[in-house]
Design a protein around this ligand. Structure first.
Ligand SMILES: Cc1ncc(COP(=O)(O)O)c(C=O)c1O
Length: 375
């Protein structure tokens, strides 16, 4: 059994993927070219943004977002306490402070109340300038943007949507990746839209930002090209092969995989809701369940389930064992007396189960039975 069965998808899309790989090899163009162009256009259209700029991975995408807004020394970047380090790593890299916020008890996404508390605390202390909010659609479930956007507007903060886990999800009819001045995603193989290596993308509506990002991605290239460097940039691009692989995968995601993920989640929900806190998705929203995470009633129960299902060879993961504020790398970040009650509790009780669009009923029943046995 696989935690995420990438081979099942490959078997289904093999002809198209193989054909595209062969076409790239036959053409001998490995960087840029028509596949990258076509993919960027299709990604932008799917998300509902004017521009998509592909890059080397989701971590670079976030770093570039920080770079184009000049986030650095003396700035505060607000970020949920439950995320992967990439969301906030650039803060440390560029000398800004990561100010963590607690998460919501049902979606585990950035808590708007905690966000506003932390913004006020930073302003009251007067040492840092509130600059940006990174809203992470954790586990593939969209943040509450109707609450978050007005807070960003009230305090003049840049909103960066980290949609690394939520490509294909939507919030009240709008796709994830379409929120904030800038949004980023990841095509890491295990993501809802994954390639066969590393990949990422940045989404914006503004033409000037699009041009700026394209420059930063290629060593700060200027109007006369790659050797006319006008700013400090990075080398971050999506390989042509990965673009060619992503095209049929994007079609499969849009055509049926988002729906199949809902079916798998529904079956888990029905079977587990009596004994666990199962995922909550806000009304008019769609999660892509990048991870299907349940919360046990306490740590002891969670660990008992983990031990039992691991013994039965059922793959499982804990996303995440520690909240960001508890990571050694962030031990000196200001916390402003925030208690992180929800994020601490989430990490103590969470457990992620095998989840992918091709998880059949029989295999899923084996997982469910093993969990019930453990209880
Ligand atoms: C929330 C979040 N942000 C950013 C990233 C970074 O993406 P990548 O692995 O493509 O660098 C990830 C990947 O795990 C993620 O989960």
């Amino acid at each position: 059994m696989q935690f995420i069965d990438l081979m099942a998808q490959y078997k289904l899309l093999k002809d198209e993927i193989d054909e595209n790989i062969r076409a790239v090899l036959d053409a001998g163009q490995y960087i840029g070219g028509p596949y990258v162009k076509e993919l960027e256009a299709k990604l932008a259209e799917f998300v509902g943004r004017k521009h998509c700029i592909t890059c080397a991975n989701g971590t670079d995408a976030l770093q570039i977002a920080y770079m184009i807004y000049g986030i650095g020394e003396g700035d505060a970047v607000f970020c949920p306490d439950i995320t992967f380090i990439s969301s906030t790593e650039p803060s440390k890299m560029f000398g800004a402070a990561s100010v963590f916020c607690d998460v919501q008890p049902d979606t585990y996404n950035l808590c708007p109340k905690s966000l506003e508390r932390q913004i006020k605390a930073v302003l009251a202390e007067g040492k840092l300038t509130p600059k940006a909010v990174v809203a992470v659609d954790i586990l593939g479930n969209p943040c509450d943007y109707d609450e978050i956007i007005p807070i960003c507007e009230k305090y003049g903060l840049i909103l960066i949507e980290d949609a690394a886990q939520s490509f294909g999800a939507s919030y009240k009819g709008k796709r994830c990746g379409a929120f904030g001045q800038i949004a980023t995603t990841s095509f890491f193989p295990a993501k809802p839209l994954g390639c066969y290596g590393d990949g990422g993308a940045i989404f914006v509506d503004d033409d000037e930002l699009d041009a700026l990002i394209r420059s930063v991605c290629v060593h700060g290239k200027g109007p006369r090209g790659k050797y006319d460097n006008v700013r400090v940039g990075v080398n971050s691009r999506l390989d042509t092969l990965q673009a060619a692989i992503l095209l049929p995968k994007l079609k499969a995601l849009a055509d049926h995989e988002i729906d199949e993920r809902q079916e798998v989640a529904k079956r888990y929900n029905e079977a587990l809701k009596e004994n666990f806190q199962t995922p909550f998705v806000q009304e008019d929203c769609i999660s892509v369940y990048a991870q299907y995470a349940i919360l046990a009633k306490d740590t002891e129960t969670r660990d008992r389930v983990v031990n039992h299902i691991t013994e039965k060879k059922i793959p499982n993961m804990i996303y995440y064992p520690a909240p960001q504020h508890g990571l050694p790398v962030f031990e000196n970040e200001p916390t402003y007396n925030e208690e992180f009650t929800v994020s601490n509790d989430y990490c103590a009780r969470t457990l992620s189960l095998p989840m992918h669009p091709y998880l059949g009923k029989d295999e899923q029943q084996i997982i469910i039975d093993a969990i019930m046995e453990a209880l």
